[in-house]
Unconditional design. Structure first.
Length: 592
């Protein structure tokens, strides 16, 4: 929150809680000496800050992509061309532009180009199914889709049932070095033999279909002058991004993130990292930009501060290790599953990860063992952070150079307040009591697009209700107990899956663990665990049951251990508990 809006403490109490937050911020005393208690949030829009970066760091590398490099000056020119291309297609202030792209150069080009054209960006997962894609395009009212060629079949299949007027195709090979681009095209042609593919020759005859690089080249008249003037820059409070998120209902909602929201969070995280602005930093961008974590911590934070983005369109262990060795990034925002996979591979192959300095882990709980594994094979400081789409996304993080506390999400970022509330009474709870984590600050969303009812449930009295059950220590460190919706009730007693999972992770044979609740006729619910063992290891359900009995109360012990080769995950590495629960329900149905 801003310094000017700090409320005065309220010391009235009701029962075990308070009707109002008491205003105490014990976490400030535990900030590392290089982190300010508050930061100044620029009032400028993202496009304005991008232009400032181009002016300041023009000759420096903005993007490194499979050996190709784009300077900030080159990126700035491409962004301007794309902005004018959108205007030539009729895009006006407030129109929505979907970026159905992976981490390819076209993403930052189209993102900042759309901003400069006055549009609102809708980041879209290129792996979406047709129903998911159709819902998002309709709900947001998207007029233009910039789609990866691999995502084109689904985009084309739903286009006629959406408001989409133009489709712009972008190939991953477009900005690769020439030899690599040709090799990529040959490989794609070989891999797609016998599979249905869009007929690009026929598509090019359609007035609504365009190729990305062609569109950028069609913004000049015959004399070479750019003929489409750019609109006035947006204001900080203007809508910048509709970032879609799921929820307890499973229906994706568009969180309305303003320019100020996104600028604030990038500024907060950079201050937390204690890094000086300049061109000597490189960010490994493998966390997808279509997810708000990658968008803010990977792209926006890098661009605003003149760092180089090292782009990887998808995660593979071999490619990521090779990229780190060759490109020497020092910043690496990622997720626990990625750090774990790299640590195992690097330990076996003796890969050189000596350039990595800071790893902010997000999107899923960071097991202490994974943190230790990655720090054993690199000089990096790996810290767990916390956030959610509605907060752009980061609200908390462990100190990078200060007192890290394993098992916690750390401290609220500068300008951010957090507290624990009782979900039923709304009372603010004292230190040590479990309740719902609530937060507020300049990074918090304005609400959900077209869903005032959902907004009212999530934003109350200036606070963002996270839906996570947490507890705060006396010195301001927060720990997530679990998602409220994932809580399991066994015979009237609460079981939080994360606590059980953390115990299972302690077993030296367990690589991954996920826990869900399954209906049980006697107890209401029972605990079921899904286990992935480390390569070469063997274990039985009886063995894991005995291991759990030494560490968990009887009602928390999984009644079923199911062994899997892998767990279903989102594109950012978060385990899909809902899918596992559905599968467990389907298997249990006949017995029930």
């Amino acid at each position: 929150m801003d310094e000017t809006s700090v409320p005065s403490p309220d010391h009235s109490t009701t029962g075990s809680g308070r009707a109002e937050w008491d205003g105490a911020r014990p976490w400030l005393a535990h900030y590392h000496e290089g982190v300010p208690q508050t930061v100044t949030i620029p009032s400028a829009a993202l496009a304005t800050l991008f232009d400032q970066a181009v002016s300041r760091f023009g000759a420096s590398a903005a993007i490194e992509y499979y050996g190709a490099t784009l300077s900030y000056a080159q990126l700035g020119s491409l962004v301007d061309h794309f902005a004018r291309a959108l205007i030539s297609l009729g895009v006006k202030h407030g129109d929505r532009v979907s970026l159905c792209l992976a981490n390819v150069p076209q993403f930052p080009i189209a993102f900042f180009g759309a901003m400069k054209a006055g549009a609102v960006v809708v980041p879209t997962n290129p792996l979406y199914t047709e129903p998911e894609l159709e819902h998002q395009l309709n709900d947001a009212g998207v007029r233009v889709v910039v789609a990866l060629t691999q995502a084109l079949p689904h985009v084309l299949a739903v286009r006629a049932r959406t408001p989409v007027e133009h489709v712009i195709a972008a190939g991953p090979e477009d900005y690769m070095p020439r030899a690599l681009s040709l090799a990529y095209k040959v490989k794609e042609a070989r891999d797609s033999l016998g599979k249905p593919r869009p007929d690009h020759r026929a598509l090019r005859s359609q007035p609504w279909f365009h190729e990305f690089k062609d569109v950028i080249g069609h913004t000049h008249d015959r004399q070479g002058f750019e003929v489409f003037a750019l609109p006035e820059p947006a204001a900080g409070e203007d809508l910048a991004v509709l970032q879609y998120t799921g929820g307890t209902t499973g229906v994706a909602k568009g969180a309305m993130l303003t320019h100020r929201n996104l600028v604030a969070n990038a500024t907060q995280i950079w201050a937390w990292s204690e890094l000086g602005t300049g061109t000597h930093h490189k960010t490994l961008c493998v966390a997808p930009f279509f997810h708000v974590y990658g968008l803010t911590v990977g792209m926006n934070m890098s661009v605003i501060n003149g760092a180089t983005m090292v782009l990887l369109p998808r995660f593979s262990v071999a490619e990521t290790l090779k990229t780190i060795e060759q490109r020497k990034p020092d910043l690496f925002p990622g997720v626990p599953a990625i750090y774990q996979a790299l640590a195992r591979a690097a330990a076996n192959k003796k890969a050189d990860l000596s350039s990595i300095r800071i790893c902010i882990s997000g999107s899923a709980p960071l097991p202490p063992e994974v943190q230790a594994q990655f720090e054993r094979i690199s000089p990096a400081r790996v810290v767990e952070g916390y956030g959610l789409t509605e907060a752009s996304p980061v609200t908390h993080c462990n100190p990078i150079f200060g007192d890290r506390r394993a098992g916690t999400i750390g401290l609220p970022l500068p300008n951010t307040d957090a507290a624990i509330r009782d979900r039923e009474t709304g009372l603010f709870l004292p230190v040590g009591e479990q309740g719902e984590l609530v937060a507020r600050g300049p990074q918090v969303t304005q609400g959900y697009w077209g869903r005032s009812d959902e907004t009212a449930k999530t934003l109350q009295d200036g606070w963002l209700l996270t839906g996570d059950i947490a507890v705060m220590s006396a010195d301001g460190y927060f720990s997530i107990v679990d998602r409220a919706k994932d809580m399991i009730i066994v015979g009237g007693l609460k079981v939080f899956p994360r606590q059980v999972e953390d115990v299972l992770y302690e077993n030296p044979k367990v690589l991954e663990a996920a826990v869900v609740g399954v209906p049980d006729a006697q107890r209401g619910e029972r605990v079921q665990a899904f286990i992935v063992l480390k390569p070469g290891e063997q274990a039985t359900a009886e063995e894991l049951n005995a291991f759990s009995r030494e560490r968990l109360a009887p009602y928390k012990i999984p009644r079923v251990f199911e062994f899997r080769d892998a767990l279903p995950k989102t594109t950012i590495g978060k385990v899909l508990r809902r899918q596992l629960r559905d599968e467990a329900l389907a298997e249990a149905a006949p017995a029930t």
